[in-house]
Structures are given as C-alpha cells and as structure tokens.
Design a protein around this ligand. Structure first.
Ligand SMILES: *Cc1c(COP(=O)(O)O)cnc(C)c1O
Length: 365
C-alpha cells in the first residue's frame, strides 16, 4: 500500500457498526476486570489508533508521547551512566539542553558534530552509545548522509536515533536505512494545524520497544486522548498537505535565490545547498522548510517578519499555515546568522505567499 493510502485507511475501527474514526477516549482508569487498567500504563484506543497509523507507516511500532521533547527525554532516559552521546553541533535547542544538563551532572559525555561531516559520524558510531542525528537540521537545513551513518559499523549496544521532524515519515525513512529509532515531534507536520503537542518514537526491534514502553509509563510522558484524536485526524491529510507545501517551498526557494534582497538561501532541494547531494540520495522530496539571510541588518530582518500579513510571525513549523521568524532573536539561537529568517512554508497559494514576502522585502529595503 502507498503511504498516502495508508495514512487515510489505517488506524480505524474494524467491526460492523463501529464509527469510522476512533473517538477521543478521555479516561484515566478502566473498569476491572479487563485488558486495560490505567491510562499511563496501557494507553487508550485513541492512542493505539494513532500509534498503529504512524508506526505502520514507517514499517515499525510507534509509541506516542505528550510532546516531541517527552519522546526525546524517553530515549535519553535509557542511557547507562558514563555513556557517550554524539549529536548535531546545532541540535533542536531543547534536545541540546537535555544533553548538556546530563553531561553537567556527570551522567554522560556529549560530542557535537557537523551533520555534513559524514566521516566523523561514521567514526563516532564505533564508540558512541547514542548517535542522535537530527536531519534536516534546524535551522540551517543541513542534511546528514543518513544511509552512510545508519550503515556504519557500531559499538555493541549503540543506538542510532533520527529526529526527522523537518522531513516527516513521508520524506525520509530512517528505519529502512538501519536506524534504531525514528523520532518526530508530531506537534509539527503530523498534527499539521498548530493546535496540539505530541511526539513519536518508532522502532522495529521488540526489545527496544519494550524498554521504551516501560520508560514511558515510568516517565509519565503519555499523550492525552484529545491530542491523540487530533493528531490522527491531522495525519490523515499529511500527504496532501506536504505535497502542496513542498511544491510551494521549491518555488519560493527559487524565487528567493533570484531576489536582490537575499544573500543566501538554504533549502535542501536547491543545487546550491551545501548538502544537496545528501538530500538527493535518499529523501523523497526536500521538505517545506527554508532558511534565508536577508541583505542588511538584524533590524531589517525583524521588520521583514513583522511586516507580513499572510505569513504569520510565529515560531514552530509544520502547520497548514505559513509561519516565519528571525532565528537569532530566539533564546539559545544567538549564534545564528543575524539576518537569518526561517520559514515554514504552508499550503496557501504560492503567489500570495510570494506577494507577502516581496512586499515585506520591498517595504524594508
Ligand atoms: C519541535 C521539535 C522538537 C520538540 O518537539 P515538541 O513537540 O516541541 O516537544 C524536537 N525536534 C525538532 C527538530 C523539533 O522541531
């Protein structure tokens, strides 16, 4: 079955007379005796439907979480004391903070690598306990050579986890390349409407699944019934939304690159992108995130993002609506190029998006 059909047809009740959609089950406890005891332990039908839908999509079994960060924390909670963690030099900020906090407490050591430096990642797999690859990476959109990293010889017990939030399970398939864990902030594209928080870990190995399941019920990072319902509903249209958003992003990246107001455009689908060759190798499309540096000062870049009307000035990404922000204005991102704007391209008409962008650029020139 094609992934787009899977997303629409799976995760539904199967008995005659059942509703087409699993309803949002809002329950902490269940009547005994029965299969379910307590929500944090066994979850709900709504949660399981969401997990079946997204797990099967990637060819594994998924665990849903209260947020992307709850999923990240769950993985780090498996690490033995003294572990070596290898991760991106500029990971998603909160992921980097978790790694740094554990290192400060002496729980593990952390090494940061440029996602483009494939040789360094391959070498690290032979001695790391956790290889955490975020690709495409935030916010420079560097694409790691996932097939090479996932195939590298590993230290015994080394887990390779891929944060593929920017790509979605439709654009890259880390588990098929040999990764142990595919992680997503479902808050973003999977939910798709900026109205919920959710996270996912998908794995193939049953022992690893059980360890993560046990960790989740102890960490208490379970997803709410309403969130699981909304995330499932959002995921139904993921392929459609992404198709439009990626087409828009490809077009906008080309127009931005030709604009006199722009110094540099970063989009994995542009031949000028530093890791275009990696992206072309294994990605199915190039995602819908673009970063670009505006000519001039940080003040101008701020004025640009505040000028738009269609594109909303907001953080986060993956919604049906386009959003943008100046990245260096955000806590923890001060080392980013001062005029770098990151846009999450949504599903509006591309010409309206372009008018909004060009008006903002012209008005601030
Ligand atoms: C948003 C995000 C996270 C964290 O997810 P939340 O749902 O906000 O907790 C992790 N990684 C990446 C790449 C993200 O964009």
């Amino acid at each position: 079955m094609h992934p787009d059909t899977w997303l629409i047809s799976k995760g539904r009740p199967t008995e005659s007379g059942d509703p087409l959609n699993v309803a949002p089950v809002m329950a902490s406890s269940f009547r005994l005796p029965g299969d379910r005891y307590y929500n944090r332990i066994e979850g709900t039908d709504t949660q399981v439907a969401f997990e079946d839908l997204l797990g099967g999509l990637e060819g594994g079994r998924a665990l849903a979480f209260a947020s992307g960060m709850a999923a990240v924390t769950n993985v780090f909670s498996l690490l033995p004391v003294g572990a070596t963690v290898v991760m991106n030099d500029h990971p998603y900020h909160a992921t980097g903070m978790i790694a740094d906090a554990g290192a400060e407490q002496g729980r593990w050591t952390v090494e940061r690598l440029d996602p483009a430096n494939t040789d360094a990642w391959i070498e690290a797999c032979s001695r790391a306990d956790l290889v955490w690859v975020e690709t495409p990476a935030n916010p420079l959109l560097t694409v790691a050579d996932l097939p090479a990293i996932c195939a590298a010889p590993r230290k015994d017990g080394c887990l390779v986890a891929v944060d593929g939030t920017f790509a979605t399970p439709l654009v890259q398939r880390p588990l098929e390349l040999g990764a142990d864990i595919s992680m997503h902030s479902a808050t973003k594209y999977i939910g798709g409407h900026s109205d919920l928080m959710a996270g996912l870990l998908t794995v193939v190995d049953d022992v690893l699944y059980d360890r993560l399941y046990e960790a989740r019920l102890l960490n208490g990072a379970t997803i709410g019934g309403l969130e699981a319902f909304l995330a499932t509903r959002g995921a139904r249209t993921l392929a459609l939304r992404l198709e439009r958003a990626m087409a828009n992003a490809g077009e906008l990246a080309t127009r931005l690159e030709a604009s006199e107001h722009i110094v540099k455009v970063r989009y994995p689908g542009l031949e000028s992108h530093d890791t275009y060759e990696n992206a072309k190798k294994f990605m199915n499309g190039f995602g819908a995130m673009i970063s670009f540096e505006v000519e001039g000062t940080a003040e101008r870049a701020t004025a640009v993002v505040e000028h738009s009307t269609i594109i909303k000035h907001a953080t986060s990404l993956g919604g049906i609506e386009s959003t943008w922000e100046r990245r260096a204005a955000i806590a923890g991102q001060e080392d980013m190029p001062p005029t770098l704007i990151r846009i999450s391209v949504g599903c509006e008409h591309v010409d309206d998006l372009w008018s909004d962008i060009s008006e903002a650029l012209d008005a601030t020139a």
